[in-house]
Structure formats: structure tokens, C-alpha cells
Design a protein around this ligand. Structure first.
Ligand SMILES: C[S@@+](CC[C@H](N)C(=O)[O-])C[C@H]1O[C@@H](n2cnc3c(N)ncnc32)[C@H](O)[C@@H]1O
Length: 373
């Protein structure tokens, strides 16, 4: 891949360029095996026109086929493809679309990718949605993770977890301070003395916690000052950054075919990687420009906010369980929540106005319900 100017180049920076174009066209002009990492968040909007799921899923997979072929062609043999996909509810029903799982299977079984590892991005600030199932009928829980498929052309993509280490937890620090006795765990896991060696940091799990709450970034300020609407479905910079650090070296080529506001380009530029983004809609690129007009912002939350220690807590699932008091043991709704509870009948049905991916919608009445309980 080259970031040389073509008629579709919208913006050029020292290390990269944004194409205002269909990324399929950009990829057709791109050399075979020229990209080290494709990291992206493709669009997925469940339309409200149809009230059945499979056809939409099939249409999505069909739409994705050309991209899959091009991704495989332009990726270097030791490169990686990282796809962030939010889940979706099937319209009008408290059941989930399978599209992201189907896409994963298609990419592996039809297009020859390997699943290097699946990741889950937990957004601790995610609001409960859809309100009708979660807040009103209380038959589902909050959907707060996106799947991230890390795929590769061979089972051996270049990678190092040393680039994404985390600080030791307090319990690990205590263990290191007090020493650890090697023993066989009840699971049969043989924990050797090596676990007591202080390596300075710990290897992270495949669960990544990042709140998607950007409100005062230089990008947001640039959009506001220039009367531009911010892209409605951005991922946080820390997300592409994690994979760019782990899967590429400085000077490598990073490509985002669904560039949006070009978060990927901003991060790649800051990390000294070459990059290319493509985006169809020009108004998103007007805001993206702002990312390259101001100094890069720190990606470490502790560097930007003094009161942020970078940790997000999640409760043990039994913390409020009292073993069968009145609240715990109220009988389950016999109809599985098909009908609203008696005292809520007659109120506006939230499913008539919301379905699909709650994360990509502006807060509305559903959000207010969510916040009021
Ligand atoms: C989920 S958004 C990506 C947002 C981006 N990660 C960010 O943080 O700003 C998906 C984007 O893909 C763009 N898109 C859809 N099809 C495209 C195509 N064929 N070529 C280029 N961009 C496309 C959409 O316009 C949308 O802005």
C-alpha cells in the first residue's frame, strides 16, 4: 500500500493519508501483501424496515464478501486484521442477531483467515439498552461488550503482548511481596515458582475496558468550533492503539477501510506508523481534519485526568444476592416477558422507537428511563 496522492486523497500528513472514497476502490489500487495491519469498525445498522433477522444477516455477509477478499489480498502474510463489531438486537424481539459470529465463521471458513484470538471490549459507561427489554420488562441485562475479532492469514502473525502490559493488581503485588509457594491447583494447573517473579507488569486478559465517553477531546472541540457534527459511532483511540502497538512496529502500514472520523489515522501518526484511511462521507472527514491540526493527546488516562487511575470495576455477580429474600425469589414472568407488567401497560412501548445497536444512537427517552432506575 502506498500513501501517494491520488484523485481521492482528501488529506495528507507526514505519515498517512485519508481517501474520500469507497475503500473497495482504494484497495483495488493497493498492492498485494502491502499492509501490516487492518484495524477497523465496519458499519452495522439494523434497518427497521424488516422485522425478521436472517435476511439482514445474510445481506450483511454478502455485502462484506468483497471486503473480505480484498483484505486477504492486501494483507502481508504475517499481518493482522482486527474487526470491532457491536452486537445487535433483532428488531422487536429480545433476541440477538448472530451476524458478527456468522461473519467470523465466514472469514475463517470461506476466506482463509485464522482466528488469532477473540477479544471483548467492555465499555463501562454503556447505558442499558434496549430499555424495553432491560429496564421495563427486566428480562435481559445491559449489553456492554463489543466483540473484536483478531484474524490473521497464517497462525503466526507478528505480535507481542509486551506492548500491552498492565500494572500488577494489588493482590498480585501482595503475592510478590510475600512470596508464592509452588503448588498444584485443584484444577490440575501446575503453578510454578516462576509465577512469583516480578516482571514489572502483568499480561492483560482478552477483555479490554475502555469507556466510550469522549466529550472534551481536541476532535470534539474542533467539531464544535467549526460547526461540524461529530461522527456518531466513533471508537475510542485506545482501542486501535492497543492493536497497533501489539501488532505493528514503527514504519509499518496500517489501514482503516471504514475510517469514519479517522481515529485510526490519528493514533497511527502518533505512534510513527504509516497509515491510510478511507471514508465515503465527506462531512465525517471535515471533522477528521481537526485530528491533524492540533497536538496529539496522551492516550494514558492518568496523564490527562488526575483523578483517573485507569481501572474500571465490575461487581462480583453474587454481591447483592441474599439467597432467596423477597426480591430474589419473586417468580419469573410465566410469559417470558412477552407482555408488559400490568402496571406499565398503556405506556409507550420503547421497542416501537428503538432497536438495533443502542451504542450508536443518541440518548433519547430510552436513556432517561435507564437513568431513572
Ligand atoms: C462505525 S463507522 C467507523 C467509525 C470510526 N472507527 C471512528 O472511530 O470514527 C463506519 C464508517 O464506515 C463508512 N463506510 C461504510 N462503507 C464504506 C466504504 N465502502 N468505504 C469507505 N467507508 C465506508 C461509514 O460512512 C462510516 O463512517
Amino acid at each position: 500500500m502506498t500513501n501517494e496522492p491520488t484523485p481521492t486523497v482528501y488529506l495528507r500528513t507526514p505519515l498517512g493519508c485519508i481517501h474520500h472514497a469507497d475503500s473497495l476502490d482504494v484497495m483495488k489500487e493497493t498492492g498485494k501483501e502491502s499492509v501490516d495491519l487492518i484495524v477497523t469498525s465496519p458499519p452495522f445498522a439494523l434497518t427497521r424496515k424488516k422485522d425478521y433477522g436472517n435476511e439482514q444477516e445474510d445481506a450483511y455477509l454478502e455485502w462484506f464478501a468483497d471486503f473480505a477478499q480484498q483484505f486477504h489480498r492486501i494483507l502481508k502474510e504475517d499481518g493482522s486484521l482486527v474487526i470491532d463489531l457491536g452486537g445487535a438486537w433483532r428488531p422487536g424481539l429480545p433476541v440477538r442477531s448472530l451476524y458478527h459470529f456468522k461473519l467470523l465463521i465466514l472469514l475463517c471458513e470461506k476466506y482463509g483467515f485464522h482466528l488469532a484470538q477473540e477479544f471483548y471490549w467492555w465499555n463501562p459507561s454503556k447505558l442499558p439498552s434496549p430499555a424495553e427489554w432491560v429496564n421495563i420488562r427486566r428480562i435481559r441485562v445491559k449489553d456492554a461488550v463489543n466483540t473484536i475479532w483478531w484474524l490473521s492469514r497464517t497462525p503466526w502473525p507478528r505480535a507481542s503482548n509486551r506492548r500491552v502490559l498492565q500494572p500488577y493488581s494489588d493482590s498480585m503485588k501482595t503475592l510478590l511481596a510475600n512470596g508464592y509457594k509452588a503448588k498444584l491447583r485443584p484444577s490440575g494447573h501446575d503453578i510454578s515458582e516462576k509465577f512469583a517473579i516480578d516482571n514489572g507488569a502483568s499480561i492483560p486478559p482478552n477483555l479490554i475496558a475502555i469507556p466510550n465517553t469522549e466529550s472534551n477531546s481536541s476532535y470534539m472541540r474542533y467539531c464544535k468550533e467549526n460547526g461540524l457534527t461529530a461522527h456518531p459511532a466513533r471508537f475510542p483511540a485506545a482501542l486501535p492503539e492497543y492493536f497497533i502497538r501489539m501488532l505493528t512496529d514503527p514504519g509499518d502500514m496500517v489501514f482503516d477501510p471504514f475510517g469514519g472520523s479517522c481515529v485510526t489515522g490519528e493514533v497511527a501518526e502518533r505512534l510513527d506508523r504509516k497509515w491510510v484511511c478511507a471514508e465515503l462521507i465527506e462531512s465525517y472527514l471535515q471533522g477528521a481534519k481537526g485530528r491533524f491540526e492540533t497536538a496529539a493527546e496522551p492516550s494514558n488516562p492518568r496523564a490527562s485526568k488526575k483523578d483517573d487511575d485507569g481501572y474500571y470495576r465490575i461487581a462480583h455477580p453474587s454481591l447483592l444476592w441474599n439467597g432467596g429474600d423477597e426480591r430474589d425469589s419473586a417468580p419469573l414472568p410465566k410469559d417470558g416477558g412477552r407482555h408488559r407488567p400490568e402496571h406499565l401497560r398503556g405506556e409507550k412501548d420503547e421497542m416501537k422507537r428503538e432497536d438495533g445497536d443502542g451504542d450508536r444512537q443518541a440518548p433519547g427517552p430510552a436513556t432517561r428511563v435507564a437513568m431513572s432506575i
